[in-house]
Design a protein around this ligand. Structure first.
Ligand SMILES: Cc1cc2nc3c(=O)[nH]c(=O)nc-3n(C[C@H](O)[C@H](O)[C@H](O)COP(=O)(O)O)c2cc1C
Length: 325
């Protein structure tokens, strides 16, 4: 029987007291520090804000060009341009305290020490509701191997950050790993409260004259609708590998995408690239989700979660990712 949309419970608990008013967040790097969209979007209607990647020192980012369109998506190589953690705290945290919507600071680094130091400076700062660790960064001490594609490194950085703060801790998975499950398990075992998945896929575009790579940094991160099937697969595998909640990211442009991610077990979703074309999308999705549940008489959106997962969790595979091309 149909119920009023306002009666649908959209709240979600990501652990360690991080309770979001609804499961629609905005993804890191696509919504600035939240302030930038203040005149266009009612930020207090969002479930959560993952702010721009933040590092210990200010970074000027990569050389231009930094973005290009691709079929069904875009490639970006912003290179974590940001003013550094101290400036972020000074400029934005007091504004965040005035919002109902929790702000998660997305943290990046080039060594375990970098991550720990950034997180220490965020610990206890009013307005900072939690941390999202961007571990898709080269570990300079390990010859540039990304933390996110190595279970030992991913576990180590998570454990070190866990020791440095009691803030709710999300760790963001990279799709550029051959098998996500041991990595997800290492992160969960190291004390993360939740996972988010996925970051961008590594890619390249060629310049119009075909005399070089198009992006100044050569490599970029692919995002947008083109990556949604990959994100669905990673979420599907991660939720079956760990007991902590998983927040889905990748190619969300409409309610059907949100419902698909819930079906494979995500408890919340982040909207990224689609915000550039339609900043009002995330708030509209909140309303559409409530209306969808209300029409079906669901008093909580949680009934949507996991409907496409296998009834019994199979034994972990020794073969790695089980796709058969
Ligand atoms: C321009 C741009 C900048 C981004 N910057 C960050 C970042 O600083 N840290 C991070 O963890 N992810 C960053 N991302 C990745 C997004 O948060 C998201 O994981 C990815 O874009 C997939 O979601 P989408 O397909 O909805 O965009 C960025 C993405 C874009 C397009």
């Amino acid at each position: 029987m149909e119920i009023p949309p306002s009666d649908v419970n959209l709240a979600v608990d990501l652990g360690r007291g991080l309770r979001l008013p609804n499961p629609i967040l905005v993804a890191s790097g696509t919504f600035g520090y939240g302030i930038e969209y203040g005149n266009v979007v009612d930020v207090d209607r969002l479930g959560g804000i993952c702010c721009k990647g933040t590092t210990l020192k200010a970074r000027i980012g990569n050389p231009p060009p930094r973005v290009t369109e691709t079929p069904g998506g875009m490639l970006n190589s912003i290179g974590l341009q940001n003013p550094g953690v101290d400036a972020v705290v000074e400029k934005y945290a007091h504004v965040w305290t005035t919002w109902r919507t929790p702000v998660l600071v997305n943290v990046a680094g080039e060594s375990v020490r970098d991550y720990v130091e950034v997180v220490r400076r965020l610990d206890g700062v009013p307005g900072v509701a939690g941390i999202e660790l961007n571990i898709s960064c080269p570990n300079v001490g390990a010859g540039g191997l990304q933390f996110a594609i190595d279970a030992v490194a991913a576990g180590e950085v998570t454990a070190a950050v866990r020791r440095a703060t009691d803030l709710p801790l999300l760790v963001k998975l990279s799709p550029n790993a051959s098998d996500i499950r041991p990595i997800a398990r290492a992160i969960a075992d190291a004390g993360a409260d939740a996972l988010s998945a996925i970051n961008t896929l590594s890619g390249i575009a060629v310049a119009p004259r075909r005399d070089r790579a198009l992006l100044g940094n050569i490599y970029g991160g692919l995002s947008g609708p083109a990556i949604k099937p990959v994100a669905l697969r990673v979420v599907y595998e991660a939720v079956q590998a760990v007991k902590i909640p998983v927040v889905a990211i990748g190619g969300v442009t409409e309610l059907a995408d949100v419902l698909d991610f819930f079906a494979v077990g995500a408890v919340a979703v982040q909207v990224g690239t689609a915000i550039f074309a339609d900043p009002a999308l995330p708030v509209r999705l909140v309303d559409e989700l409530a209306a969808h549940c209300a029409r079906r008489g669901m008093s909580s959106y949680r009934d949507l979660i996991g409907s496409a997962l296998p009834a019994t969790v199979g034994r972990p595979s020794a073969k790695g990712v089980e796709y058969r091309p």
